[in-house]
Design a protein around this ligand. Structure first.
Ligand SMILES: *[C@@H]1O[C@H](CO)[C@@H](O)[C@H](O)[C@H]1NC(C)=O
Ligand SMILES: *[C@@H]1O[C@H](CO)[C@@H](O)[C@H](O)[C@H]1NC(C)=O
Ligand SMILES: *[C@@H]1O[C@H](CO)[C@@H](O)[C@H](O)[C@H]1NC(C)=O
Ligand SMILES: *[C@@H]1O[C@H](CO)[C@@H](O)[C@H](O)[C@H]1NC(C)=O
Ligand SMILES: *[C@@H]1O[C@H](CO)[C@@H](O)[C@H](O)[C@H]1NC(C)=O
Ligand SMILES: *[C@@H]1O[C@H](CO)[C@@H](O)[C@H](O)[C@H]1NC(C)=O
Ligand SMILES: *[C@@H]1O[C@H](CO)[C@@H](O)[C@H](O)[C@H]1NC(C)=O
Ligand SMILES: *[C@@H]1O[C@H](CO)[C@@H](O)[C@H](O)[C@H]1NC(C)=O
Ligand SMILES: *[C@@H]1O[C@H](CO)[C@@H](O)[C@H](O)[C@H]1NC(C)=O
Ligand SMILES: *[C@@H]1O[C@H](CO)[C@@H](O)[C@H](O)[C@H]1NC(C)=O
Ligand SMILES: *[C@@H]1O[C@H](CO)[C@@H](O)[C@H](O)[C@H]1NC(C)=O
Length: 465
């Protein structure tokens, strides 16, 4: 699996040597958006320009001060246009689960002091609304179950939102079984990272310590009252029980409650939703403490014991919560925790039927126009000229084009309630829409139709002609 990113990115150069020489063996893809050089960063990760995966957008660089040193960062931005702009990245052979990390940076690159706001979709799901007035840079991370050969990450402009802008895009294959308690039970879900905390550690960790390059943050901002300064115990654990494969280094540190009391982590969350929580424990102390685990004041696991020199994890799915606190309450000895992750669970909308998609594509061709009809007709946003209810195409509006006749493919759009084909040079008899049993509205004005045809009589719902 390792070299497939490279295969795709460097195939056009058709040089085996470059392919191998420039690639991280782990199957990572790290794109420097708007960049035009390849470089290796201090973690030994190779960054490449993004040009092979997107053609839209303008490139520029941002110069900004970070502490006392000035940095230059390339970015790609997407000047005004109602059409979505997408990265298309082949993922078929990479893994069945990938981590997608994006960084959006404004830092006043255009000198207008107007941070943009825009929405971002991954495949069929709108995943996030970025507003760089609030946080700049803005980093998002998703865990995406690969359900297509191509990952499409798209930007959607918002009204008066300014130009979408991105500085980096990273893809990291994850172990196939990881997070399956959140994803496996529910098809059509993806995870958006809220917190990934290495408890009891004061600095952030990532690759190469985490071979999957997840970023583990320090817990100081959330660390509860009455805790010890953190423990760091070198021990060998049998990690095979943890499907998420967190790095051993993360489990060797922990937060231990210093008094006979409760230890509570409080996590602000953006908005009400369903959240997946994973707690990691490792028996780093020469005792086996027992404690109750409470989420938002409710016991979700009672008298949980962490066995000496063993690792374990607990996971919970909390539905419809709008705040989050996690409490460990003493039963025997002092409770402690080594790491935790919090994800928002997002829905991936259902796919539109392939019959509908191919019918629409044939119709697009027959117009002779580029209507920008790509990917799924209904999600993340419905195509221009159509409207959807969930994954059903219920309205189609084409006008002022030259169709000449209603081709049989229209008869495949079985969910249509409204069809507007005014001024499309239709002539003769209306045909091929007898199968559209849900049709309520049909507009064929400004055409040279001569007969209604017998099939319309069967459309009992049809109201407007
Ligand atoms: C890309 O290369 C051109 C010409 O070599 C240079 O002028 C430009 O500044 C570069 N852009 C970035 C983002 O590095
Ligand atoms: C990066 O790779 C070089 C050579 O393989 C190695 O010497 C160095 O320690 C690595 N750096 C990190 C941060 O892993
Ligand atoms: C983006 O690039 C196009 C083509 O190079 C150029 O015409 C346009 O002025 C640029 N837009 C901005 C906002 O820089
Ligand atoms: C990807 O996997 C498929 C089977 O799932 C295989 O047929 C194909 O050759 C692989 N492609 C590459 C580039 O390895
Ligand atoms: C972004 O946030 C700012 C400050 O809260 C707000 O004024 C602005 O309307 C937001 N932009 C959008 C497009 O929502
Ligand atoms: C983290 O803690 C260690 C040990 O207490 C200390 O040496 C180090 O300076 C701390 N690092 C930061 C970034 O606070
Ligand atoms: C680790 O645990 C697994 C399953 O519990 C077991 O099959 C395996 O033998 C253990 N490995 C070692 C080195 O103890
Ligand atoms: C945790 O949340 C619950 C429910 O929202 C609340 O009743 C409780 O006071 C919170 N605990 C702490 C320590 O903040
Ligand atoms: C908690 O679990 C431990 C070990 O499983 C057991 O010895 C102890 O009696 C339990 N305590 C309570 C209060 O249930
Ligand atoms: C019909 O479409 C043509 C262009 O295809 C346009 O010139 C004409 O004005 C349209 N007629 C009406 C009545 O909208
Ligand atoms: C059909 O479309 C034309 C052109 O937009 C419009 O003038 C007419 O009112 C529509 N007819 C109905 C019944 O909606």
């Amino acid at each position: 699996m390792e070299l497939h990113w490279c295969y795709y990115s460097w195939f056009l150069l058709s040089s085996i040597f470059i392919k191998v020489a420039f690639c991280d063996p782990e199957g990572f893809l790290s794109l420097s958006c708007g960049g035009n050089t390849t470089y290796v960063d201090s973690s030994n990760i190779t960054w490449t320009p993004d040009g092979a995966y997107i053609s839209a957008g303008n490139m520029t660089t941002i110069d900004f001060l970070e502490g006392s040193s000035s940095s230059t960062l390339p970015v790609r931005f997407f000047p005004d246009s109602p059409r979505k702009k997408c990265y298309k990245i082949p993922v078929k052979n990479v893994s069945s689960l990938v981590l997608v990390r994006t960084q959006f940076v404004y830092k006043n690159y255009d000198g207008h002091n107007k941070p943009p706001a825009f929405s971002v979709s991954l495949g069929r799901a709108i995943t996030t609304n970025v507003n760089l007035t609030h946080i700049d840079p803005w980093i998002e991370e998703f865990i995406w179950p690969v359900d297509k050969d191509i990952l499409s990450l798209c930007f959607h402009s918002l009204q008066d939102g300014g130009f979408p802008v991105i500085s980096s895009l990273e893809l990291r294959p994850l172990p196939q079984e990881a997070y399956s308690n959140a994803l496996g039970d529910f098809p059509n879900k993806l995870l958006r990272k809220c917190y990934r905390i290495n408890c009891g550690y004061n600095w952030s960790l990532r690759y190469p310590i985490d071979q999957y390059d997840r970023i583990w943050d320090a817990d100081e901002d959330f660390s509860p009252f009455h805790v010890s300064s953190g423990f760091d115990i070198q021990a060998n654990f049998n990690m095979t029980v943890l499907k998420e494969s967190p790095p051993v280094a993360v489990l060797q540190t922990g937060r231990v409650l210093a008094r006979w009391n409760d230890m509570t982590y409080k996590f602000p969350i953006d908005h009400q939703g369903d959240y997946h929580i994973v707690l990691y424990f490792a028996g780093i102390l020469p005792v086996s403490p027992s404690f109750d685990v409470l989420i938002n004041g409710v016991i979700v696991r009672s008298n949980y014991t962490v066995n000496r020199w063993e690792v374990s994890s607990l996971f919970f799915t909390m539905k419809g919560i709008e705040s989050l606190n996690i409490t460990l309450k003493t039963v025997h000895y002092y409770p402690y925790i080594n790491a935790l992750e919090v994800y928002e669970i997002l829905d991936i909308p259902l796919e539109t039927s392939s019959t509908t998609v191919s019918a629409l594509q044939v119709i697009q061709q027959s117009t002779g126009l580029d209507l920008d009809w790509e990917d799924d007709p209904c999600s993340p946003k419905s195509w221009e000229h159509i409207e959807c209810e969930a994954n059903l195409v219920t309205s189609l509006e084409l006008f002022d084009v030259n169709l000449r006749s209603i081709s049989p493919t229209f008869g495949d759009l079985l969910d249509l309630k409204s069809l507007d084909l005014h001024n499309t040079s239709l002539a003769g008899e209306i045909q091929n829409i007898g199968s559209l049993q849900h049709l309520k509205k049909l507009n064929l004005s400004f055409n040279q139709l001569t007969a209604f045809g017998s099939e319309l009589e069967d459309l009992i719902n049809l109201q407007i002609l």
